[in-house]
Design a binder for this molecule. Structure first.
Ligand SMILES: N[C@@H](CCC(=O)N[C@@H](CS)C(=O)NCC(=O)O)C(=O)O
Length: 211
């Protein structure tokens, strides 16, 4: 049997999970290469030839000779390729794209900086910690208000906008960034997290076995 056309380069991380969840949701065949960030593999010349910014995830579609990086672009590519996860009706479609971009431009970077300053920075710089805690709470409030009015971010339909947000909120929860008081966001988070494809997607790449 020939290898699947879609090839995902990823690591166990929020941006990587967006792509693997979408692939699982769409039921598309794909192969996975585990790019171990902790071993600097994202700085290898072969990987930099795919993404000059040296970040996962990267999706290669061998059939079309197409390389896509940036997780939001990968989600749009997969939605088009797999014909799903993006509503067809124009209003809901643009709502999904709007919330996807809100994620890409605001929620993802804010959570990324918060995690860095709270957990990984060599020194604890309180103004930065407080700034990203405040920005994070603002973003959570915006999401909570939207989800008070609609079951999903694009409205009635689950979409790539939900996948993008879920992946980062999953990491937030794992490291005890508490958003339960945002009750609509928490309800949505639990609901999305129960989806079998989401459960599978957050286990990719599979943990290595053996030495
Ligand atoms: N805006 C990019 C961010 C990608 C990103 O930062 N990926 C992280 C893993 S979640 C990474 O590759 N980090 C390696 C590094 O920062 O050197 C996207 O959405 O794909």
């Amino acid at each position: 049997m020939s290898a699947p056309s879609l090839h995902l380069y990823t690591d166990s991380s929020p941006n990587g999970f967006k792509a693997s969840i979408a692939l699982e949701e769409l039921g598309l065949p794909y192969q996975v290469s585990h790019v171990r960030i902790d071993q600097g593999e994202h700085r290898n010349p072969g990987f930099l030839a795919l993404n000059p910014h040296g970040r996962i995830p990267v999706l290669v579609d061998h059939a079309r000779g197409q390389v896509v990086f940036e997780s939001a672009a990968i989600l749009l590519y997969l939605a088009e390729h797999g014909q799903g996860l993006l509503p067809r009706a124009p209003t809901a479609r643009w709502d999904a794209i709007t919330w996807l971009m809100f994620h890409a431009a605001s929620v993802g970077p804010i959570l990324g900086q918060r995690v860095h300053f709270e957990h990984f920075a060599e020194q604890r710089y309180l103004p930065a910690v407080q700034r990203y805690q405040r920005l994070c709470e603002d973003a959570f409030s915006v999401l909570d208000a939207r989800l008070a009015e609609h079951p999903y971010l694009a409205g009635a339909e689950y979409s790539i906008a939900d996948i993008a947000h879920f992946a980062w909120l999953h990491i937030a929860e794992l490291i005890d960034i508490d958003f339960r008081r945002h009750r609509n966001l928490w309800r949505w988070y639990q609901q999305v997290g129960e989806r079998p494809a989401v459960q599978r997607g957050i286990r990719i790449p599979e943990p290595a076995t053996g030495p």
